[in-house]
Design a protein around this ligand. Structure first.
Ligand SMILES: Cc1cc2nc3c(=O)[nH]c(=O)nc-3n(C[C@H](O)[C@H](O)[C@H](O)COP(=O)(O)OP(=O)(O)OC[C@H]3O[C@@H](n4cnc5c(N)ncnc54)[C@H](O)[C@@H]3O)c2cc1C
Length: 499
């Protein structure tokens, strides 16, 4: 057990992907490192543990993927079009979805460092696998990947966190659980340590550098309402209950500069009856990400988003907000027989809010809270508006769209007319917040004069400036890994250790 006078080279606050990457990188530089994780061990790993482990990075083709997944089989390679996801495509996606607001230096660090960081993780012993099923559908006997997202961590988020924790510990990083950082020790010039509550005991741990990697403020209803706006206290939290904005608060208290989209967040369609916070037994199983193949209606029976505007990777993170803005903060996703086989595994989870029917009239009567007559009118006009000249193809943006509706659907439009019909009720589930601390490309936190704050570094969700309005799926883990590694390395190198 650490005593109150313990001294380290680097203290890392947080126990998720960004924190563990920072800790391992600092240790690689020879630093004496401790990780302070607020959660008990069985709930450790933050939002990172809740993920499916999907991770976005630039790659030039299957040869790059083989470096990360040396166990890829020849028959898998023969039956799969892995394509490529170039750095240019990654840049385009980041700037397009953030409406060109993402900090160009941070985006460049993220994109150019992505493959290199994946190789580093693989070298440490983290394993990866292709995301068949969710990111590639089989058409004419061959899988084709789409949406720039091809690889997930072996064992998903739990597999990633368990592997990184094992690696960190085996290299000599000390990991303390139920260790909640309360305040930074700051002498007016530099950060010198952290005040922490370890179970029921308060301690002051001293260090030459501190890396904050303890998540955003998504699990703090008061901060959500203050920064995201009225109504956000009503959102469900998809992931950990421990990300209550502590790192951001502690840094702002000593003069750190806030950055990024403070009123913005990542939020998705999430089961209406999900609990207030994430449940690790369910993981990401409450999400409902197959809406591009159906329609979404609100209590007035009206559609309110273009379900097929883009691959779901580029729309899902902003559509949670659209659901929150509907009357009573709910909606139903509706599908018919033609696309039921495309629904992701989460639709078959036993804790799902679902109704089925053999006619549209029967379905309308079962859609709790929905104006049935208006719903039937919506489906009728939707069905009549589809351009059928483009064949349906889930692997590409097929251009099979509607015409003349107040809210058109741009791709994957099929009539909702063949029983059985299924509908799934959703509300808004918040994933993480976009606003946070300002850092430079070495991971150092800047103060309100935009000067580096000596001894303070940050990585992961609590960094502001990367994401605005929206987010390309799989970038959260990549950002945590890239900036965690950089922050840990910088924190250790600032001490002039010899390694
Ligand atoms: C359900 C779900 C699915 C997702 N799926 C994906 C996906 O497939 N791919 C992807 O890239 N992203 C995904 N994300 C987003 C991704 O989880 C995050 O962007 C990423 O994991 C953030 O990493 P992090 O290390 O910054 O934060 P976290 O992993 O959340 O870690 C924060 C850590 O800080 C700790 N902490 C908080 N306060 C304190 C304190 N005061 N003292 C000490 N410790 C503290 C927490 O306990 C936690 O361990 C998903 C998120 C959710 C919720």
């Amino acid at each position: 057990m650490t005593d109150a006078d313990a001294t380290y080279d680097v203290i890392v606050v947080g126990g998720g992907n960004a924190a563990l990457c920072a800790a391992i990188a600092a240790r690689e530089e020879g630093a004496k490192v401790v990780v302070l994780e607020r959660a008990p061990e069985e709930e450790s790993g933050g939002n990172s543990r809740f993920t499916a482990g999907a991770i976005r990075f630039a790659y030039r083709g299957v040869d790059d993927l083989r470096v990360l997944m040396p166990d890829l089989r020849e028959d898998e390679i023969a039956n799969t079009d892995f394509g490529a996801y170039t750095e240019d495509q990654f840049f385009d996606d980041m700037f397009r979805v953030t409406q060109f607001r993402g900090d160009p230096d941070l985006v460049e660090t993220l994109v150019r460092g992505s493959f290199e960081t994946m190789k580093w993780m693989r070298g440490l012993g983290v394993r990866f696998a292709p995301i068949y099923g969710r990111q590639a559908f089989k058409v004419d006997g061959k899988f084709k990947f789409w949406g720039g997202l091809t690889v997930e961590a072996w064992g998903g988020g739990p597999g990633l966190i368990d592997a990184e924790t094992r690696i960190a510990r085996s290299r000599g990083v000390e990991v303390l659980y139920q260790a909640s950082a309360r305040r930074l020790v700051f002498d007016g010039k530099a950060v010198r340590g952290v005040e922490v509550k370890i179970r029921d005991r308060l301690a002051t741990l001293r260090a030459s550098s501190v890396v904050l990697a303890c998540g955003g403020f998504e699990a703090n209803a008061e901060m959500r309402t203050r920064y995201l706006g009225p109504g956000w206290e009503l959102a469900k939290v998809r992931g950990t209950r421990f990300n209550t904005g502590d790192g951001i608060r502690m840094a702002l208290e000593i003069g750190a500069s806030p950055a990024g989209n403070w009123s913005g967040c990542h939020a998705v369609g999430w089961d209406r009856n999900a609990p207030e916070f994430g449940d690790l037994a369910v993981g990401d199983g409450f999400q409902k990400h197959s809406y591009p193949f159906g329609v979404i209606v609100n209590s007035r029976g009206e559609r309110f988003v273009d379900e097929g505007a883009d691959f779901r990777n580029y729309t899902y993170a902003k559509y949670g907000r659209a659901v929150l803005e509907q009357p009573q903060q709910f909606a139903w996703q509706v599908f018919d027989r033609k696309t039921l086989h495309l629904l992701r595994d989460e639709y078959r989870h036993k804790r799902v809010t679902k109704v089925s029917a053999n006619s549209l009239e029967e379905l309308a009567a079962k859609l709790e809270g929905v104006d049935a007559a208006a719903f039937l009118a919506t489906v009728r006009s939707y069905n009549a508006s589809i351009r059928t000249d483009a064949p349906f193809n889930p692997n590409i943006k097929d251009g099979r769209s509607t015409q003349g509706l107040a809210v058109n659907k741009s791709n994957w439009a099929n009539a909702i007319d063949e029983p059985p019909f299924e509908a799934y009720q959703i509300t808004c589930g918040i994933t993480f917040t976009f606003g946070g601390l300002r850092i430079d490309t070495s991971g150092q936190v800047l103060d309100s004069d935009l000067a580096p704050l000596p001894g303070l570094y940050a990585a992961g969700e609590l960094v502001g400036g990367l994401f605005y309005f929206n987010y390309p799926g799989g970038t959260g883990l990549m950002s945590g890994s890239v900036f965690g590694r950089i922050a840990g390395r910088s924190a250790a190198r600032a001490l002039g250790l010899t390694g």
